[in-house]
Design a protein around this ligand. Structure first.
Ligand code: 3SL
Length: 235
């Protein structure tokens, strides 16, 4: 039976051998939720960058550029990191490529590329992720983007929710990380919003008046879409 493990922070990734496995990269607030939303809104593909300058340079190739640092839209970019940037109609996104850089999410993606397959997970597309990894039948590592190397609750809870969905087909008890995340999910799932209210990133987003983003990003199974890494881009 394949296993499901959870890496609580990109800083811990050197301890996980990703080769031969599926990496599910998650940054619930908000990078991976925004990536799922962008592709669902008709964006053709997404190129993630670690550095602002590399991302900005993609404008010359006709890309929309999206950048976030410390929760705020970086200056000189078309979009920030709110999923509503792809939904509010201010910028037409249909058919466009998007170059994106965020504090933690795009870094976690780049650090996961040794895996056989790299997909993007969010609560929004939880079932699409579960279906994909079941079909692959390989060991899975959920890579939590965390915050600047630190553990965070919301990405961990996604790992727990995925463990619950996969419990019949995967070994979800062989790793203490997965056991802990699953336990947290069992505590949180009845009222995810309340459970996360005290979490660091929700407090950070509230300070930025991004409460609407929080409520959006904690919805389950609203998008049957699976962003997957192919030829240096997410499609
Ligand atoms: O760190 C990231 O990658 C972002 O998702 C953080 S924020 O939600 O845009 O503040």
């Amino acid at each position: 039976m394949p296993s499901l493990d959870i890496c609580f922070s990109p800083e811990l990734l050197p301890l996980y051998a990703l080769r031969g496995k599926v990496a599910v990269v998650v940054d619930i607030l908000r990078a991976t939720s925004s990536i799922v939303t962008a592709l669902a809104a008709g964006v053709s593909h997404i190129v993630p960058f670690s550095e602002l300058d590399d991302c900005r340079a993609m404008a010359a190739q006709g890309y929309l550029t999206a950048a976030e640092r410390d929760g705020r839209q970086a200056e000189g970019f078309d979009l920030g990191n709110s999923p509503f940037g792809y939904l509010d109609g201010v910028l037409p996104v249909q058919g466009r490529g998007v170059a994106i850089t965020t504090t933690n999410g795009t870094r976690a993606l780049h650090l996961s590329l040794a895996a056989d397959a790299v997909v993007v997970g969010a609560f929004l597309n939880l079932e699409a992720v579960a279906r994909f990894v079941r079909a692959q039948g390989k060991d899975v590592v959920v890579v939590c983007a965390g915050w600047k190397g630190m553990f965070n609750l919301e990405d961990t809870l996604f790992g727990g929710a995925l463990a619950e969905r996969l419990a019949a087909d995967f070994d979800t008890v062989g790793s203490d990380a997965t056991l802990a995340a699953h336990h947290l999910w069992q505590q949180a799932q009845a009222d995810l919003a309340s459970y996360l209210l005290q979490s660091a990133h929700v407090r950070r987003l509230n300070g930025l008046e991004a409460n609407k983003d929080f409520e959006y990003c904690i919805q389950l199974d609203t998008h049957d879409i699976l962003p997957i890494w192919q030829e240096k881009r997410l499609v």
